[in-house]
Ligand binder design. Structure first.
Ligand SMILES: [Zn+2]
Ligand SMILES: [Zn+2]
Length: 570
């Protein structure tokens, strides 16, 4: 009767988390680290019954607590200590774990801080940074030190803070990997990406995954124990939230196979789209959450709608279009695209030759590509002078022979600040295709920028307006201009607009594709490829085109080679 509980559930959970973190830091065993972090979540979730379970030796009845973890928890509860945990923590003070959360902190670096400067906490590190001492430790270069300063300057609390937004391409890489891994996992029937990533929204703060399983703990374990997981932020019986080492936050929800389709439907698309579906269900005496059906298409059918592709689920007119008879089956797809538009080569700032780009496009079953290197004003990008442009043509002819696919001779001509293009008309007229883009003087005022583009679009040669708004996602704002006036001009001119697939551009954005399409403007989906691998950007261009509601017939590079060449001839 002498045993007294010296640690409560919250303190026990904190110790288990520290142990998990230390194991990850040591790079020893992600499985074991995940078990400790999951243990922390379970202890917190079972806080009320924990003392009774410990007293009766029944901890292993909690799902996820094995015998060794049960022994650690019982030791901590009874004595406040655990030999197993002390072995894991070694000689590093637990306060140093706050430091481990900071960017670039490896165990070797933390040990170096501890050994050389006696640092034992984030506060100690702040002091050492202020005194300029950290720079004296081996392995701490100026970039590392700058990152530490910046991270420590952020408000305390949430560890790494709210997740940073990142471009779609960065999230999709992780999404593809985790989806493949979960699909292979035992006890998992179906896995899908949901949330904004499934709708191809340009940037994302989190990655949300949904899977169907009769044994939720199996997929949850698969994610929690993944080698890229830095911390488990929340874990429940059917869902978990983790933070990866690169800072991305990932959630996984597990549904029964019967409820998978409705969960997929309600966790995809904007809140406004889902609310419209709920209202429609209610009008039919149904509840969206309890709808049953094997697929999303079956559920849409119960609401009197055709299947609406995820990219369109924004409540931006898609439901009205469906009610008016649209079934979206002609929405453009990657398979529809027959030619790679907007390719750079070693002649300007690309990394591969004309022949290499052509061979890569041919390998992707393309019928044609356009070579559109930069023009003279883009000297920073190796822009071609008229002479160098003409020098490229024999090489293009040779590559055409060799690859067997059509290659259009073109340019990506700068739109100068007064709206002129930077090749004389006779040169432009001798080309097969002209892309006209703004590459400098982005900060022209609204009136000046509008005039500049209107004038460029009115130029009598047929041209494609390249990366129209000049935005770089998360880095540079779109240009300021009167878009309605410009779109009216484009509609009345010999011009089309590009949907640029470069993952940092994704330009023209979907919200402007829609009004442009309503004006009857034609588009090309382009890759803006600076290497053979960047031909893969087609995926993103197509995703934006679909979000903007473009149909096969709106997109010029779904045409066969001869028709495309005729459509874009300057
Ligand atoms: Zn460009
Ligand atoms: Zn370009």
């Amino acid at each position: 009767m002498t045993a007294s509980t010296t640690l409560g559930p919250r303190e026990i959970a904190a110790r288990l988390r520290q142990a998990g973190q230390m194991l990850r830091l040591r790079g020893e065993n992600a499985f074991r680290a995940g078990a400790y972090e999951m243990g922390a979540e379970i202890v917190e979730g079972a806080a009320e019954v924990l003392p009774a379970l410990i007293a009766e030796d029944r901890l292993t009845e909690l799902r996820g607590i094995g015998p060794s973890l049960a022994a650690v928890i019982a030791d901590l509860a009874r004595t406040g200590r655990s030999a197993t945990l002390e072995k894991i923590m070694g000689d590093l003070p637990p306060g140093l774990l706050e430091v481990a959360r900071l960017p670039g902190m490896t165990l070797r670096r933390i040990q170096a801080l501890h050994d050389n400067l006696g640092i034992a906490s984030a506060a100690d590190l702040e002091g050492a940074l202020a005194a300029g001492a950290v720079e004296t430790v081996r392995g701490f270069g100026p970039a590392t030190v700058a990152k530490l300063r910046e991270a420590l300057a952020r408000p305390p609390g949430e560890g790494a803070g709210p997740p940073e937004r990142r471009v779609l391409v960065d999230v999709l890489e992780t999404a593809d990997r985790l989806v493949a891994k979960l699909r292979r996992a035992r006890g998992v029937d179906l896995v899908e990406v949901v949330g904004s990533v499934r709708c191809a929204v340009e940037t994302a703060g989190d990655l949300n995954l949904l899977c169907a399983s009769e044994s939720p703990e199996l997929p949850l374990r698969t994610l929690v124990e993944d080698g890229a997981v830095a911390t488990v932020e929340a874990l429940g019986p059917r869902a978990c939230r983790v933070r990866l080492t690169d800072g991305l936050r990932v959630t996984l929800a597990v549904e029964s196979p019967q409820r998978f389709a409705v969960a997929l439907l309600s966790s995809t698309g904007s809140a406004a789209h889902v609310a419209r579906l709920a209202a429609r269900a209610a009008a039919r005496g149904l509840a969206l959450e309890t709808l049953e059906g094997p697929t999303e298409a079956a559920l849409y059918a119960r609401l009197g709608l055709p299947f609406i592709p995820p990219e369109l689920r924004e409540d931006a007119g898609e439901i009205e279009a469906a009610d008016a008879g649209d079934d979206f089956t002609d929405l453009v797809t990657e398979r529809d695209v027959r030619g790679m538009v907007h390719c750079h080569t070693v002649h300007s700032d690309g990394r591969h030759t004309v022949a290499q780009m052509a061979a890569a496009a041919a390998a992707l079953k393309m019928e044609y590509l356009t070579i559109t290197d930069h023009s003279p004003t883009a000297s920073y990008a190796g822009g071609l002078t008229e002479e160098r442009l003409r020098d490229q043509w024999p090489e293009i002819a040779a590559a055409r022979e060799q690859s067997g696919i059509a290659i259009l001779r073109g340019t990506e001509s700068d739109i100068l600040s007064d709206g002129r293009l930077d090749f004389p008309d006779d040169v432009l007229g001798a080309l097969d295709v002209v892309i006209a883009s703004v590459h400098q003087r982005y900060k022209l005022d609204r009136a000046g920028m509008t005039e500049r583009i209107v004038r460029a679009m009115q130029h009598p040669c047929f041209k494609i307006w390249g990366h129209a708004l000049g935005r770089l996602l998360l880095r540079r704002e779109p240009i300021d201009c009167d878009m309605d006036r410009i779109l009216d001009t484009v509609a009345a001119s010999r011009a089309a607009i590009e949907v640029n697939g470069s993952p940092w551009r994704l330009d023209l954005p979907p919200e402007w594709i829609r009004p442009a399409r309503r004006r009857g403007i034609k588009f090309v989906i382009s890759v803006d490829a600076h290497s053979t691998s960047e031909l893969g950007y087609l995926r993103f261009g197509v995703a934006m085109a679909r979000r903007g509601g473009l149909r096969r017939s709106d997109v010029l590079n779904t045409l066969p080679a001869a028709d495309f060449a005729a459509a874009v001839r300057p």
